[in-house]
Design a protein around this ligand. Structure first.
Ligand SMILES: *[C@@H]1O[C@H](CO)[C@@H](O)[C@H](O)[C@H]1NC(C)=O
Ligand SMILES: *[C@@H]1O[C@H](CO)[C@@H](O)[C@H](O)[C@H]1NC(C)=O
Ligand SMILES: *[C@@H]1O[C@H](CO)[C@@H](O)[C@H](O)[C@H]1NC(C)=O
Ligand SMILES: *[C@@H]1O[C@H](CO)[C@@H](O)[C@H](O)[C@H]1NC(C)=O
Ligand SMILES: *[C@@H]1O[C@H](CO)[C@@H](O)[C@H](O)[C@H]1NC(C)=O
Ligand SMILES: *[C@@H]1O[C@H](CO)[C@@H](O)[C@H](O)[C@H]1NC(C)=O
Length: 453
């Protein structure tokens, strides 16, 4: 068997061209070292020829570092490392190297191996494993390990020479909070090691999503995003990660949240890395952003809140968080304190300068756990100060609809038990907030104090 035949059977056509002669020779050297693995391909290899190519090979490997890289990768797959890890809490993921091909129209990934047995996994590449309604709208991807028989792999129609990451923007990713916690942060964690030399393959693409996060995506990959659900292409890659890294159950979390917020500030060219530090005779006023909502969980007396905050010494901005992220990030970053009713809008605390303050207004409805888990704990890991203001019955517009001794006030847990939809419809969709400004002033004063320390 000739060298190029061995090579042709181990790599796709595209790869041959890319690796060039250097890789071919290098390949043979490694093949010899791994002769147990490659036994069926090797056949009788003349020893004199081998010595000759060894010398050339070493020389070529030294000049062409690039050529040796995919080779190491190819060797790696011969080891017994598990391709898919389905034992993580939040996200299944598979990592593979060598000859990897993805057929979008069947959501199937083929990976060639000469060592392991045929195997396959089915995973959904979205980091909210276990949440049935989120995962419902996420495509199943099947990863198939093909043993030896390259002819059973689909033919490449597009070949790429950088790694790929496959992920879904289905699930809850249309919601700002979930977009960050389920997709953007795990994507950052998974992709930053590639230093933009990676292609993103997106499944369940929804209109406007990639445009909305364009600045961030551009900083993580310098290539155009591929919509993997579209067309009949078979894309071939030297390596691929399917599913995003998220080991822990914590929200808005990565190993270094402060690195992530720094990354966001750089993506959006935001100037302020730390909030104002007040002295007793401050000339510049601290800025308070009141996150307003139009349809649900609205502040009904926002003017009174503005006046109270101005009295205390804030410069006040009231804004809905519905502009594009360039504008939202600028606005949020220009403020020192952000207040809002529990909801996806306050996810934009990600853009606050460090040491800034988040005030979460928590409506009626047994929301302590979700308020703390979604925004309270994460705000601390971002280096923000956190204040919570729990409204009482009199500050909820639900008093206009229900008597004070109604189940809605007396026993929200019983309504939670009826299911998400009835719960959401009462507490999240039909409840507005009329803050008792006298009481709320205490919280605003605390925020001001926190800017002093
Ligand atoms: C899967 O991931 C978990 C969590 O990171 C890790 O503890 C475990 O060792 C991994 N399993 C395999 C087979 O790699
Ligand atoms: C592995 O799968 C391929 C393609 O389905 C098949 O041709 C081959 O015979 C299988 N090998 C084994 C050992 O089952
Ligand atoms: C996705 O895969 C899982 C596990 O194999 C299976 O139970 C489920 O029915 C599949 N869903 C779809 C939509 O194919
Ligand atoms: C999927 O794409 C392949 C080519 O890559 C084509 O042969 C096949 O017919 C397509 N299948 C469907 C269901 O469109
Ligand atoms: C965001 O909105 C501003 C003002 O409307 C516009 O100039 C800018 O192009 C928009 N940016 C993006 C990324 O859409
Ligand atoms: C508002 O809060 C203050 C201080 O807690 C309290 O004295 C007052 O009765 C409250 N006002 C209303 C209308 O509930």
């Amino acid at each position: 068997m000739k060298y190029d035949e061995i090579f042709a059977r181990s790599f796709s056509r595209h790869d041959q061209r890319r690796f060039g002669y250097g890789a071919l020779v290098a390949c043979i050297i490694v093949t010899c070292c791994l002769c147990t693995v490659f036994k069926p391909y090797l056949g009788p290899l003349p020893v004199s020829n081998l010595r000759l190519t060894l010398v050339d090979g070493l020389k070529l490997m030294m000049v062409s570092e690039r050529a040796t890289k995919p080779l190491e990768a190819y060797v790696e797959i011969e080891e017994t490392k598990q391709i898919c890890n389905t034992s993580k809490q939040r996200s299944d993921s598979c990592e593979m190297k060598g000859d990897v091909r993805i057929q979008g129209n069947s959501s199937t990934i083929f990976v060639l191996s000469s060592h392991r047995k045929n195997a396959s996994w089915t995973i959904k590449p979205y980091a909210r494993k276990g949440d049935i309604s989120a995962m419902e709208s996420v495509t199943n991807f099947t990863v198939k390990v093909i043993q030896e028989k390259i002819e059973t792999m689909p033919t490449c129609t597009k070949s790429h020479n950088v790694p790929a990451i496959v992920f879904s923007v289905g699930g809850y990713a249309g919601n700002n909070f979930h977009a960050f916690t389920d997709v953007i942060i795990p994507l950052y964690e998974t992709s930053r090691e590639f230093n933009r030399e990676v292609k993103f393959l997106v499944a369940n693409k929804r209109s406007g999503w990639t445009r909305k996060f364009q600045e961030v995506l551009d900083k993580l990959s310098r290539y155009e995003i591929i919509d993997i659900d579209e067309g009949n292409e078979v894309h071939c890659f030297p390596s691929m990660i399917v599913g995003l890294r998220k080991d822990e159950g914590k929200e808005l979390y990565t190993n270094s949240v402060k690195d992530f917020t720094r990354f966001l500030r750089s993506s959006y060219s935001l100037e302020r890395s730390t909030a104002i530090k007040l002295t007793n005779d401050y000339a510049k006023k601290p800025r308070l952003l009141i996150v307003s909502r139009k349809k649900t969980r609205t502040f009904t007396n926002v003017k009174d809140v503005v006046h109270a905050a101005q009295d205390i010494g804030f410069e006040v901005v009231v804004a809905e968080m519905n502009a594009n992220l360039t504008q939202v990030s600028r606005l949020v970053n220009s403020c020192d304190v952000m207040m809002g009713v529990h909801g996806a809008g306050i996810t934009n605390m990600l853009f606050l300068p460090e040491n800034g303050v988040l005030i979460q207004v928590v409506p009626i409805g047994n929301m302590d756990w979700i308020a703390n888990t979604y925004f309270g704990v994460p705000s601390a890991t971002m280096g923000l100060k956190y204040l919570e203001y729990k409204i009482n019955k009199m500050e909820s517009t639900l008093i206009e609809k229900y008597s004070l001794n109604h189940q809605v006030f007396m026993d929200p847990i019983s309504i939670q038990k009826k299911g998400w939809d009835p719960y959401k419809s009462i507490y999240l969709d039909k409840q507005n907030v009329m803050l008792n400004v006298t009481r709320f002033k205490d919280t605003l004063s605390k925020a001001l104090e926190l800017l002093h320390s």
